[in-house]
Design a protein around this ligand. Structure first.
Ligand code: HEC
Length: 128
């Protein structure tokens, strides 16, 4: 009887304990590829508008959400310190533009932080 009780307790415990995956760090809201496509790539990308000072407050919010998610991602290549520095600088520059959208020096800093090659060279695998 004691064994049965033990087994039942074990089953109950397994059913109320979250599976191991839910203990892991929360997944970023977007992948790096999504962030590229939705906010960085192309002439009318959110970040291009932000640099030109033509992004609406909503668009700036959206862009910052993408950049925040990207800073939480791990890059497919390159070391984490470098990635944290680059993705963090991009997020900070975006926040500065949101704070003062018409500030030319903030826009210039964002333009530099989003420069493709300085980030792709260390962090984007050449085959994709
Ligand atoms: C802060 C770093 C960073 C910056 C800045 C950056 N990228 Fe990327 N980009 C990446 C990484 C990392 C990948 C690879 C993602 C992967 O393979 O999962 C990538 C991939 C891409 C891709 C391929 C997406 C796909 O679906 O395969 C495109 C297109 C792209 N970037 C465009 C750009 C353009 C255009 C710029 C400049 C205006 C830019 N990126 C600036 C980090 C960056």
């Amino acid at each position: 009887m004691r064994t049965v009780y033990f087994l039942l307790t074990a089953l109950w415990w397994m059913s109320v304990t979250p599976s191991s995956s839910s203990w892991a760090a929360p997944k970023p809201e977007f992948t790096i590829k999504q962030v590229m496509k939705e906010s960085i790539k192309g002439h009318s990308a959110l970040v291009k508008k932000a640099c030109k000072g033509t992004a609406t407050p909503d668009e700036l919010d959206r862009m910052i959400r993408y950049f925040r998610a990207m800073a939480e991602c791990s890059p497919p290549q390159g070391d984490m310190d470098s990635w944290k520095a680059k993705s963090g600088a991009l997020l900070q520059a975006a926040l500065a533009v949101q704070k003062s959208p018409q500030d030319k020096s903030a826009a210039l800093a964002l333009e530099n932080a989003v420069e493709c090659r300085q980030c792709h060279n260390p962090h984007k695998p050449s085959q994709n």
